[in-house]
Structures are given as structure tokens and as C-alpha cells.
Design a protein around this ligand. Structure first.
Ligand SMILES: O=C(O)C1=C[C@@H](OP(=O)(O)O)[C@@H](O)[C@H](O)C1
Ligand SMILES: C=C(OP(=O)(O)O)C(=O)O
Length: 688
């Protein structure tokens, strides 16, 4: 996941390749709760691992479920039924025993507190289940969760006899749930369906716990987001509950319904997450298709119908039971006018596809967007306008006219995963306008590795991929500076010096003397090195950890020797240039800006006085318990400077267009801030 403050997207050109998508949020959180309510153990395969499922899992653990990892799957052991049913009965005459036992706090203690982040699929269903199960609970979430309505669900539960208080604003979390006194199950339970379908879902999943008789739910008002009710009914079926449905108005949970774990269950990949890659294929699958694995034509998720909308816009989509393959069909895309009530989440992706259409696109019947992770109608309109689109925002619709002239834009994401995910698709704009996605980690709600997945299937020409070079003499602090700049920007990091150190090490281990006579053998070896820079900061050579072996003084000297051999340098050029990958690269070394990446967007030449550098190296060695004298270190440094700057090939010198940074008097943070400032000054959206 990218945890940077922002992620800059270079102009992208094409897409193609395969993505395997993470599990469905809607299915995952339903399965977790149903497994918890079922008793016995349910092994869940391909569960989504994200913020929304994590808050559900944490809540279930707090309620007494056991959650165990089993070879990549999760085993949930549901809350055991109480021995007599008496503890939870609490005066409810019509409730039988044998129901799950949520391990409520002992009498007299405060409420059990559950934090549910911004997960509607946790907050709403847990409210209903806990209100029926007994115990005192406080359910809260992030500030936005406290602005997302829950009043219609609380009203429905209160009709039943549940006791729920609002701890903040009426109609919104946080909530305090008390044990119900007596449940009224004889009259139909009315619930509004026009704000969120999750209220009906919550009742459907909770009421089987108390269905000592037929329990009827009646939906008041037009039910929105209906396909999510189909997911609920499907999951209930898998856990042994056969709900009778009359249209979308009336649902009956048969008397005697009781949860039964299916033992094992697979979560299909998320169809809403698939929408970004379907759109990607439609926009940029020019030479190859984008193949999506994990979800396909047979999906039980309503958002699979995004495929129909994408086809109407021109996407060429082939599908199988568990996969989709998408290519560009019509181009520009065709403008559409669609009712999107059945695909509220995926419809956001259509709004970004509309930027590439041949006319205005209208998305209708999406009022629920206003009460999701943010007011998505307002947010979408604001951010699309930044790119140059002409947008009309209605109470329940959005009309998008594609930009006549695209502008570079910083996209604010409102802590809404879908804003980040769908706006990334604007990076294919024909004007090559740059895009900054703010707070990219918000994708953690449902798809933590979204950007990694995206970068694995998009292509652009090398010169578009940003590179920052940090060159300079030994012990100037290049590595510390460059790796920190890379971390802040979410870019890859190339420690080119390490490549020479590795070559020196490999050659010595192969018994080669590091001199001109062996230049070609060493070069051959250098060209075939199997090197991995692990994200944990380790360096692997043919699978063996050489991080420490290449950091000795001797390895440094050997690196300097092999780096003076022209054939070795040539052999390493392609290898180094191969590190230029999306979203960008920070490379440190001695000839990054002069030879390897002459077209780098920013070149920094880092220096410090020989005295300063010798002092830093001295401290470094002492801290590792290696004894050294300052004078000897300084003499070595100066000898190395001389050798590096006087060698015939790629001598150490600043590139003509490099910015000089003398960090003698600076802290690391100061020099990092300086480089980030220079970088920011080069960005097209720095003044917006
Ligand atoms: O039940 C579900 O899993 C969901 C229902 C939908 O919400 P609404 O019913 O509030 O539209 C959807 O937007 C949400 O992401 C997931
Ligand atoms: C609306 C969404 O989430 P939630 O499940 O929190 O309602 C969403 O994922 O787009």
C-alpha cells in the first residue's frame, strides 16, 4: 500500500496484463458475521484483508469469536450458545435458548466498545445483531461514520423492542445498545429502504437469531441498491436460512430458522474493485486486453452489471465464470444516460470514464452517493471540474461533459477509497496532464494494493516515468537522502553503488582479480547478476542476503575498482535503466544524472566537505564497533574522490543541469525537505 501523502501519476499510455483481485467487501463482511452467528467453525477462503474487514474481525474477536489463520484462510469459530439460554434471555418470553452468545461484559461493567471505522457493512449489521443478542455495547466509527445515517435501522429495531440510544446526533452513530426487554415479533417490522439497503440487510441477517415464529419485514419506500439484498439472501441461504421474498417489499424469515455453518466458504473477488480494471481495459486496452481474475459473468454481486454499462460506453468485454477480459472497443467512448441505482459503487467509475466520451454522460438515481464515505456527488463534481470537465450536479444525478482542455490536477480524495481508485484512470488523458492523488492510502478500505495492481498492468514510455537522480562523492549521505525522498514520494529506489559493490563481491567470489585483464569476464558476470532489493531494505544476490557483505570498507574499494572498468559500466547500464518503473524512481550514485538517466526530471549533486564526510563515516564505523582514525578515513575519501573524478569513463562530476546541494551544515530532514521542495517546484500543479 502507498502510505505517502500523495501519489503522482505520470501520463499513462496503455494497459494490458492480468490482475487478480482481492475478495469482495460485501461478501467478506457478511460471511464473517454469519460465521460468527453460526457456532461451529467456518473456514473462509479468499477473505478480503482491508480496513473494513479488519474492523469486523476485531469486533468479532471482542465478542468472543475465535479467529485463526489457517494456511492463508481464516477459521472463524462462532459465538457458542449459552449453556441454558438464560443469560441472554433477559425476560424475553418469546426467545428460545441456543442462540449465539456474544460474550457481553459482566453485569455492572461498562459497555463493550466496538470501533467500526467507516465500514457500513460492519456498523449496520452489527447494530441489529447485537441489539437482538443482549449485552450493552457502544458502537462508534471515524468522524464520517458519525455522519452516515442509521436512524431508519434504529427505528425498525425499536419497533421490535430493542433499546438503542444515540450518543451523538439523533439518527447517527455512535450508538449505545442495551439488552432488549421483550421482543415483538408478531407484527411486520417496517424499515425504510430508500436511504440505504444495508438497513434491510442488517435486519435480514439478525432476525434469524430470534425467529421462533415467522418474522416479516416490510420495506417502506422504494428500495435502493437492490442487488446488495440479493447478496444478503444468497449468503443467508449458504448459512441455512431460506428467506421468502415477495417482490422487494416483503421478506419473511421462516419460523425455526437457525444458522448452520457451511463449514467452508469461498469469497469471490470484488466486482466493484473490478470496475476500475474494466474501465482500464475500455480506455487503454489497445494492444492487449486487461484480464481480471477472481470475478466473472457468474458473479453473485450486483456490481458485475457494471460490465453492461461499460459495454454501452464501448468496452469490448469477454467473460467466463471467474474472469473478465477487456479491450478498448469504441474510441472515444460513447456517452450514455443511465440509471445507476443498481450499481451505486461502480457507477463512480463511469463518471471518470465519461471524461473520455464523445458527449455528455448522465448518471441518474444516485442520491445515496451523498451519504457514503463522503458526499460523493459533490466530491465527484468538484474533482472532475479540476480536470477541465463541465459538470452538472443534481440532487440525485451527475452530468459530465468531457474536458475541451485537460488540466493537471491534484485530486482530493475525501478519505474515500473510490475517489482515489477511479480518478487514477484520468492519467490516460490525451493531453498528458499530470495527476496527483492525495492520501492514496484511503484505498485501504477495500483494496489496499490497488495502486500496485494498477501499476502492474499499465504502460507508459520511459521518458514519462519520473526520475530523481542524487549523485555525489562517497559518504555524502546520498543513500540516506535518496531512499528517504523515494519513501516520501512512494517511488522505487535504486542504490546504484550497491550494483558495483555486488559486482565486486561476485567477481571476488568467482576468483577474478579486479583489474583490466579481467574486465570482460567481470562485465559478463555483471550482466548476468540476479539481484533483488527487497522492500525490507535487504539486498539479495542469487537469493543470498549480501546486505552486510557489500557494506564493508573492502567492498567499497572493490566497487570503486570494478566501476573504473568501462565494459562493466556498460553491462550495468541496462540493468540500472530497468529500475525506471512506475510510479517513479529515485536513483543515487555517481553517474545517474550524467550517464544513466540524462533526461531525469530532477538532478541533485550532493556534496559535503571532506572533513564532514570523514566525520560521518567515522561515526558510522564506530557505531558498528569498527575502529578507525579520522585522518586515515579522510585520506581514503580523498583518494577515492580523486579516482572517481579522474576516471576516463563516466567520471564523478555534476550533470550540467544538476542542482548543487552542500549538506555539510544540514540535518538529513533539512536536505530531504530541500530536494522535495525542488521536486515540487517542477510539478505542474504546485500553485493550485
Ligand atoms: O450491503 C452492502 O454490502 C453494500 C450496500 C451498498 O450501500 P447502500 O445500500 O447504502 O447503497 C453499497 O454502496 C455498499 O458499498 C455495500
Ligand atoms: C459505500 C461503501 O461502503 P460501506 O460498506 O461503508 O457503505 C463503498 O464501499 O463504496
Amino acid at each position: 500500500m502507498f502510505s505517502t501523502d500523495f501519489l503522482d501519476l505520470a501520463p499513462l499510455e496503455e494497459a494490458g496484463g492480468t490482475v487478480v483481485l482481492p475478495g469482495s467487501k460485501s461478501i467478506s463482511n457478511r460471511v464473517l458475521l454469519l460465521a460468527a452467528l453460526s457456532g461451529g467453525t467456518t473456514v473462509v477462503h479468499d477473505l478480503l484483508d482491508s480496513d473494513d474487514t479488519r474492523v469486523m474481525l476485531d469486533a468479532l474477536r471482542a465478542l468472543g469469536c475465535s479467529v485463526e489463520e489457517q494456511g492463508g484462510s481464516i477459521a472463524i469459530t462462532g459465538m457458542a450458545p449459552p449453556p441454558s439460554g438464560g443469560r441472554l434471555g433477559g425476560g424475553r418470553s418469546d426467545v428460545d435458548g441456543g442462540r449465539p452468545h456474544p460474550n457481553p461484559p459482566p453485569e455492572g461493567e461498562g459497555a463493550r466498545k466496538l470501533f467500526l471505522g467507516n465500514a457500513g457493512t460492519a456498523m449496520r449489521p452489527l447494530t441489529a445483531a447485537l441489539a437482538l443478542l443482549g449485552g450493552t455495547y457502544e458502537l462508534s466509527g471515524v468522524p464520517r461514520m458519525h455522519e452516515r445515517p442509521i436512524g431508519d435501522l434504529v427505528d425498525a429495531l425499536r419497533q421490535l423492542g430493542c433499546r438503542i440510544d444515540y450518543l451523538g446526533n439523533e439518527g447517527f452513530p455512535p450508538l449505545r445498545i442495551h439488552p432488549a426487554t421483550a421482543l415483538q415479533l408478531d407484527a411486520p417490522i417496517a424499515v425504510r429502504g430508500d436511504v440505504s439497503s444495508q438497513f434491510l440487510t442488517a435486519l435480514l441477517m439478525a432476525l434469524p437469531l430470534v425467529a421462533s415464529r415467522d418474522v416479516v419485514i416490510e420495506v417502506v419506500g422504494e428500495l435502493i441498491s437492490r442487488p446488495y439484498i440479493e447478496i444478503t439472501l444468497n449468503m443467508l441461504q449458504r448459512f441455512g436460512i431460506a428467506v421468502r421474498r415477495e417482490g422487494w417489499q416483503r421478506f419473511t424469515i421462516p419460523a425455526g430458522s437457525r444458522y448452520r455453518s457451511p463449514g467452508e466458504i469461498h469469497v469471490e473477488a470484488d466486482a466493484s474493485s473490478a470496475s476500475y480494471f474494466v474501465a482500464l481495459g475500455a480506455i487503454a486496452g489497445v494492444r492487449q486486453p486487461v484480464r481480471i481474475e477472481g470475478v466473472g459473468a457468474g458473479s453473485i454481486q450486483g456490481d458485475i452489471r457494471f460490465v453492461e454499462a461499460a459495454r454501452q460506453m464501448g468496452a469490448d468485454v469477454a467473460s467466463g465464470p471467474n474472469w473478465l477480459e477487456v479491450r478498448r472497443g469504441a474510441w472515444p467512448l460513447k456517452a450514455v444516460d443511465l440509471d445507476c441505482n443498481h450499481i451505486p459503487d461502480a457507477a463512480m467509475t463511469l463518471a471518470v470514464m465519461a471524461l473520455y466520451a464523445d458527449g455528455p454522460t448522465t448518471l441518474r438515481n444516485i442520491a445515496s452517493w451523498r451519504v457514503k464515505e463522503t458526499d460523493r456527488l459533490a466530491a465527484m463534481a468538484t474533482e472532475l471540474r479540476k480536470l477541465g470537465a463541465d459538470v452538472e450536479e443534481g440532487a440525485d444525478f451527475l452530468r459530465v461533459r468531457p474536458p475541451r482542455a485537460w488540466s493537471a490536477a491534484r485530486i482530493h480524495t475525501y478519505d474515500d477509497h473510490r475517489m482515489a481508485m477511479c480518478f487514477a484512470l484520468a492519467a490516460f488523458n490525451p493531453a498528458g496532464a499530470h495527476l496527483r492523488i492525495e492520501d492514496p492510502k484511503c484505498v485501504g478500505k477495500t483494496f489496499p494494493d490497488y495502486f500496485e495492481a494498477l501499476f502492474s498492468v499499465v504502460q507508459t514510455s520511459r521518458p514519462h516515468i519520473p526520475v530523481i537522480c542524487v549523485d555525489g562523492p562517497t559518504a555524502s549521505g546520498k543513500g540516506t537522502l535518496a531512499s528517504e525522498v523515494a519513501r516520501r514520494l512512494g517511488y522505487h529506489y535504486l542504490d546504484s553503488g550497491a550494483l558495483y559493490r555486488i559486482t565486486g563481491l561476485a567477481a571476488t567470489r568467482a576468483g577474478l582479480v579486479l583489474d583490466e585483464a579481467h574486465e570482460h569476464s567481470i562485465a559478463k558476470l555483471a550482466g548476468s547478476l540476479d539481484i533483488v532489493f527487497s522492500t525490507a531494505g535487504r539486498v539479495l544476490l542469487s537469493g543470498q542476503d549480501v546486505t552486510d557483505a557489500i557494506r564493508t570498507e573492502e567492498a567499497g574499494m572493490n566497487a570503486s575498482r570494478v566501476s573504473a572498468l568501462p565494459a562493466v559500466r556498460t553491462a550495468l547500464v541496462a540493468l540500472q535503466q530497468g529500475f525506471r518503473r512506475l510510479p517513479g524512481l529515485v536513483a543515487d550514485g555517481r553517474d545517474m544524472g550524467t550517464v544513466i538517466f540524462p533526461d531525469a526530471q530532477l538532478k541533485v549533486y550532493l556534496t559535503a566537505s571532506a572533513a564532514q564526510r570523514a566525520e560521518r563515516r567515522h561515526k558510522q564505523l564506530i557505531s558498528k564497533g569498527i575502529s578507525a582514525t579520522l585522518a586515515a578515513l579522510r585520506a581514503d575519501l580523498e583518494a577515492r574522490d580523486h579516482r572517481d573524478s579522474s576516471r576516463a569513463v563516466a567520471p564523478l562530476k555534476p550533470a550540467e543541469d544538476a542542482l548543487l546541494l552542500d549538506n555539510s551544515g544540514q540535518t538529513v530532514e533539512e536536505s530531504v525537505a530541500q530536494v522535495l521542495r525542488w521536486w515540487e517546484e517542477k510539478q505542474p500543479f504546485s500553485t493550485k
